[in-house]
Ligand binder design. Structure first.
Ligand code: ARG
Length: 399
């Protein structure tokens, strides 16, 4: 029986060339799998037809937008996930979802191997293969771009040789990955880290320095899930998509950073994530209002670890599952409204309101009506300082 390889297909040059390449190298039949994760690119049907035209025996296209929003973006939001305090993990989130669908397609179509277009220098190869190791460890992995040292010129030559229906001249000078949670751009002149990004690099955000009127938005959360914008109930996908437009129009969410890759190198990446950055600021502030102090302090270290695990390709790991359970339990009271001003590249919280608030006006106020008994503070401070006081006394005596 002819073997079958399931290919993670994007519709671009490299994965299109991979179809005849895999068929030739392995003698296997190629099943192409493409996902819509809100990348706003070509129509799925166009991509499906292209896969078949390149020689795939089956082409599976999946509208995974709601699944990506609910099962990947929302958990990242609840974990306040920002790798190195800045990167909202957009590429890191889509890979485990793609892996799920690759494994499902392998089961459905009798695939014995999986293929992806990642190079050997990036994080995504790890995310694909560590994910597959957890979900379907029997599958072999073939990564043509990595394992056969493809270059762009080789890929173009192969496409021309095979007469593939791809417009090679349309390929951008950048390496771009985009989805509902944001957009990542690297390579080209950006590899000189002294070079500033030009406006041309951006697609999700408008230039924040252009004068325009500010926008104001109220985001409603229920147990850590954003459920409405300005009082209009929306699905997670709809809400994120709409916020990408509104925050993007104000230039919110541009990030230019050098990051530590899992494979050990530092790389420069430009991100734009208008909805993610806005929602993260809103969610963090609602947690400030509704999560008890010690739970919140502990959660910050959980959040940090969660982001590192996901960045490092360990979405399907036991530790990640345990941290998920903690994060879920800490979301119980994260319910209420956050009002924000979107303007000049920033999303700034201006108001909070919650039935589960721990902010007690009567305790906090400096006006009349104060219920905080300041006389209790005196003894508290004395006992709080006692260990330091005793130690300092000892140190003085021994000096
Ligand atoms: N550096 C990011 C990550 O590892 C994005 C990777 C994909 N970036 C790209 N421009 N193709 O998650």
């Amino acid at each position: 029986m002819t073997e079958r390889v399931v290919l993670a297909y994007s519709g671009g040059l490299d994965t299109s060339v991979a179809i005849p390449f895999l068929a030739e190298k392995t003698g296997a039949e190629v099943i192409a799998v493409a996902l819509d994760v809100g990348q706003d690119g070509e129509d799925l049907e166009v991509i499906r037809k292209r896969a078949l035209a390149c020689g795939a025996v089956e082409a599976v296209v999946v509208d995974a937008k709601e699944e990506f929003a609910s099962d990947f973006c929302i958990p990242a939001l609840q974990a306040n996930a920002l790798y190195m305090d800045r990167y909202p993990l957009l590429s890191s989130l889509s890979r485990p979802l793609i892996v799920k669908h690759l494994a499902a397609a392998a089961r459905q179509y009798g695939g014995t191997a999986v293929s992806h277009g990642c190079t050997g220098k990036g994080n995504d190869q790890v995310r694909f293969e560590a994910g597959l190791a957890a979900l379907y460890p029997e599958l072999k992995v073939i990564a043509p771009a990595r394992d056969y040292a493809w270059t762009r010129d080789k890929a173009i030559a192969l496409a021309e040789e095979k007469g593939l229906p791809i417009d090679v001249s349309a390929k951008s000078p950048y390496s771009i990955d985009q989805n509902l949670w944001g957009r990542a751009v690297e390579t080209g002149f950006l590899e000189d880290i002294w070079n500033g990004p030009i406006e041309d690099v951006y697609a999700y955000t408008s230039d924040p320095s252009v004068p325009r009127e500010a926008d104001e938005v109220t985001i409603t959360f229920a147990a850590g899930v954003p459920t409405a914008l300005d009082g209009r109930a929306l699905s997670p996908y709809q809400l994120i998509a709409e916020l990408n437009q509104r925050a993007g129009a104000q230039g919110v969410g541009r990030i230019d950073m050098v990051e530590d890759r899992l494979v050990g190198i530092k790389s420069r990446e430009i991100y734009e994530a208008p909805a993610a950055i806005t929602l993260l600021a809103a969610h963090m502030e609602l947690e400030n209002v509704t999560v008890e102090r010690d739970q919140a302090r502990f959660k910050r270290s959980v959040d940090q670890r969660w982001g590192e695990l996901v960045y490092d390709g360990l979405w399907f790991s036991p530790l990640k599952a345990s941290l998920d359970a903690f994060i879920a339990s800490a979301q119980q009271h994260v319910t209420g409204d956050i009002r924000m001003t979107l303007h000049g590249g920033r999303a700034v919280v201006t108001g909070r309101r919650s039935g589960a608030s721990l902010y007690d006006y009567d305790l906090a106020t400096y006006d009349t009506g104060d219920t905080f008994d300041q006389s209790m503070a005196k003894g508290f401070v004395e006992l709080w300082s006692l260990p330091s006081k005793i130690a300092a006394k000892r140190d003085r005596a021994q000096a």
